[in-house]
Design a protein around this ligand. Structure first.
Ligand code: NDP
Ligand code: 2IT
Length: 445
């Protein structure tokens, strides 16, 4: 490998030794872009890779809030403002007990390239907290969100940093965060995306990541002369991304045979009843295990990972990082899986990803496949700036165009660098080139 890439990687391994998720994401990206660095020896003197791998700013802060019994609780809040080379920092906030600096940095770095791929003027960032929304009352979630924003508001803004949702952050949390931002600043502006439809949100943002995932999958299948219709899909998770991935898969004539949450998975060979999943997960905030009580003939198995042992034509991991490992990949290969498209960020372990590629499976990495969410966030920002809102059909058509464009850019870069169909390489290169060019033009910052 290129010496400059290798030395950057070695230094990163030393400096970030305990940040395993961040190193995992950075290693994949650096390996992919090595051939670009070969063509640009001027990047080394410009310290481009060292700058690319180091977030512009990391904010870490205390988030104190009061629970329903009156006791004060303290969580840790994060915002990693990774790169503003292409525009204001943009990326979601995650609320999950596992959140730490390594996870926020990995998500931030992925976001930089993902946002670049969308073609919209957005830099990359990510944030969140180790707060666990499960089992909390609305009042507790509200007080937590208000406290988080009481610190965050001074670091964000419609032209500086625009957060959105991710795991554990949906319409309810964005509402509480926006309300507090407005109260702290006195400004009603597009500082967050995923807002409610009556106060600046965009139609189709809720569906965007899942729908976009299927648009990209369709583009990838079409290139091989394959059709989505009639294929069996397994979708992990049952949150925002999973539900709308399943919805679009069904609209395309696929059968979704299983879905999951962190506790277990349900199988329904007739095809998942998505209205029932929405009722349980979106309305009742319940567990997927509830599905089998209301849907005779379906089956629940405890343990989230078991879902990848089920046979399918298309695997759509839409839950979390490293949810699909080498054992799962072997099972999928044995059952003849044709395509894997990542709705989640980095859901495949490096070993699983390698097996898919060696096995000739069509494999769309998250930064390309799940870019539809942030793409429509970008369109929400455009609509806010215009003080207009577009119809569902208009936003959906733009989303489809953007996903098609991402696929073509990744496919073209993969071909250009002599590895056709390697969409990991292609997406990393296509995303990186624009960021690198902008960084060079903007000087040593
Ligand atoms: P949600 O909070 O809506 O749903 C998350 C789903 O994943 C739930 O079913 C949850 O189960 C499951 N899950 C979460 N953590 C784990 C875990 N450690 N092990 C097993 N299952 C888990 O989040 P989203 O749907 O928004 O996000 C899902 C993935 O998609 C994440 O990787 C996110 O980064 C990515 N993504 C999200 C985008 C968006 O617009 N929302 C855009 C692009 C990517 P349970 O309820 O039991 O926790
Ligand atoms: O991972 C992601 O791309 C997101 N969570 C969406 C970010 C956004 O700003 O809409």
């Amino acid at each position: 490998m290129n010496d400059y890439v290798q030395s950057t990687l070695n230094a990163l391994r030393r400096r970030c030794a305990h940040e395993s998720e961040f190193l995992q994401a950075a290693e994949e990206i650096l390996h992919s872009i090595a051939p670009v660095i070969d063509r640009h020896p001027e990047y080394e003197a410009a310290g481009l890779l060292e700058r690319f791998c180091e977030p512009e700013r990391v904010l870490l802060f205390r988030v104190p809030w009061t629970d329903d019994s009156g006791r004060v609780r303290v969580n840790r809040g994060f915002r990693v403002q990774f790169s503003s080379a292409l525009g204001p920092y943009k990326g979601g906030l995650r609320l999950h007990p596992s959140v730490n600096l390594s996870i926020v940095k990995f998500l931030g770095m992925e976001q930089v390239l993902k946002n670049s791929l969308t073609g919209l003027p957005m830099g990359g960032g990510k944030g969140g907290s180790d707060f666990d929304p499960k089992g909390k009352s609305d009042g507790e979630v509200m007080r937590f969100c208000q406290s988080l924003m009481t610190e965050l508001y001074r670091h964000i803004g419609p032209d500086t940093d625009v957060p959105a949702g991710d795991i554990g952050v949906g319409a309810r949390e964005i509402g509480y965060l926006f309300g507090q931002y407005k109260r702290m600043t006195g400004r009603f502006e597009g500082v967050l995306t995923g807002k409610g439809l009556s106060w600046g949100g965009s139609l189709a943002r809720k569906q965007a990541t899942g729908y976009g995932l299927l648009y990209l999958l369709e583009a990838m299948l079409t290139r091989e002369g394959l059709r989505a219709e009639g294929l069996r899909a397994v979708v992990s998770g049952s949150g925002n991304v999973a539900v709308y991935a399943a919805e679009k898969a069904m609209q395309m004539g696929m059968t979704v045979t299983a879905m999951s949450d962190s506790a277990g998975f349900v199988e329904d060979s007739r095809g998942i009843d998505l209205e029932l999943v929405k009722q349980i997960k979106e309305v009742e905030r319940g567990r997927i295990a509830e599905y089998v009580r209301r849907r005779p003939g379906s089956r629940y198995t405890e343990g989230a990972r078991g879902i990848w042992q089920l046979p399918c034509d298309v695997a759509l991991p839409c839950a979390t990082q490293n949810e699909l490992d080498t054992e799962d990949a072997k099972a999928l290969l044995r059952s003849g899986v044709k395509a894997v498209a990542e709705g989640a960020n980095m859901p495949l372990t490096p070993g699983a990803a390698a097996l898919m590629q060696e096995g000739g499976v069509l494999y769309a990495p998250g930064k390309a496949a799940n870019a539809g969410g942030v793409a429509v966030s970008g369109l929400e920002m455009s609509q806010n700036s215009l003080r207009l809102s577009w119809s569902f059909e208009e936003v959906d058509a733009r989303l489809k165009g953007i996903m098609q464009g991402i696929f073509e850019a990744a496919a073209a870069a993969a071909e250009e660098y002599g590895q056709p169909r390697n969409y990991v390489l292609g997406a990393n290169i296509a995303g990186f080139r624009k960021v690198a060019e902008a960084m060079m033009q903007q000087g040593c910052v």
